[in-house]
Ligand binder design. Sequence first.
Ligand code: ADP
Ligand code: MG
Length: 504
Amino acid sequence: MPLRAISQDAKVRVLFVEDSAEDAELIQFQLEDAHLNADFLRVEDAAGLRQALQAFRPDIVLSDLSMPGFSGHEALAIVREHSHVIPFIFVSGTIGEDVAVAALREGASDYILKHSSARLPVAVERALREAKIEAERQRVEQELMRSQRLESLSLLAAGLSHDLRNILQPLLIVPDLIAQRSDDPRLHQLASVVAECGRRGHEMAESMLSFVRGSRRASEHFRLADLFHAVQLLLKGSMPRQVQLQVSLSDPELGVEGNYTEMQQCLLNLSLNAIQAMPDGGRLELSADAVDGQVRLRVADTGNGMDPQILAQLFTPFFTTKANGTGLGLVSCRRIVEGMGGRIEVASTPGQGTCFELWLPLPVEEEEAEVQRQAAAVGHGERLLLVFREGARLSLVGNALTSQGYRTELAADGAAALRAWAEAGAPDAVVVDSGISLFPAEALLSTMHESGYAGPAIVIEDPESPFDPALVPASLPLQRLPRPLDMHRLFEAVAAALAGRRAD
Ligand code: ADP
Ligand code: MG
């Protein structure tokens, strides 16, 4: 059989470990006769072999079993020390069944009798092909691990910069307060140093966050048929022969909305897990259909399965049962799927296999999507007047509401609030802390009401300065929230207040 697949490739380097030059030459003839495009080198002892592994860098080693002062087994051990992937074939004048089995167990790729010319080229070609597949498999796996690490790194950075922004908040506000409260020029100087540090820290956190956000790729519509096709191609190198791949799709036009590359990575993670769970072969099934207004993607295997203990920890970052696993594959899958508004379900039976199901929303029509987007952005630039005594809290609440799509005006006391109103016009709603000084909250709201403000008010009740609703006009729409302040309740209260106002 001619070695077409190999001979078209770049030259192969074949290393003989053989004391007889004639024998090596004979094998070389056989291989050249079968059109193997190769360079050959012969060594006959340990030192020669070590040197050749470094300098000649063989793609395959063909070794005699016994040589004077050196043996094929020693040669195999030296080669395996150097690399686990270089194919190693014993070629011997005599080889017993038991020796052959032992050789394979020690990590040889094959054994062949000298002068059985028909089998030699076939065995060499197969060993080279398998080594190439193995190398490709390792490459894909490593690439995947690398991207999983990057992914968790960016998650970490996002969380970190978000927390950092909040922690730095007081650094931006407190120096101003200190400066206001003192005439000491040195204190002013120190305050401005602190404020400058706070500003720089804030900027750094901000740019880190936008960098991480920027690395997120956009959402698009894609067909699952294309996705499956791509995943099949990518899996080719990693698919052991004993694993059968079965792909089925209920509708060739079936599609989803999301980031194509991320989804591809997700399916690849699940498929590789499945393949790794089937060391003795089995069936890997990829399928998709539409069920109950959702898209169901299934990745099922007939592998080892998992016991309840493993199942319980499946999505824990860094949880792995593999010697060189990352324990990040499923974490990243879940983030991707949940980012698309979907969920992952798992069913597994030890010894029988595992099935992962990804449930994804069917893509909505563009118009519907627009309505959903609008619903998601709560605020539409409505103006809120916030009155809080403590600068740090004022700024935190202000940021929180700005993030919800509102415009905010901040005032540290009742007088400042009235000034802001006079300058910027009536707000759409007022949020006031009952603990403000000089001008109590009741007085502020009454004054505003008397001067024509009819909008809603939300009072945050500080237990130290109880709020008396009897002191404000009953016609003023009023909501009261307790301290400590729960941001989500505040968001709800603001949304309700503005909705009531629109209804009027
Ligand atoms: P890794 O593959 O690096 O270990 P994963 O997050 O992809 O990390 O998987 C975590 C663990 O879940 C695996 O180590 C394995 O124990 C288990 N697992 C995942 N998929 C399967 C599967 N199809 N069959 C059996 N066990 C699985
Ligand atoms: Mg994995």
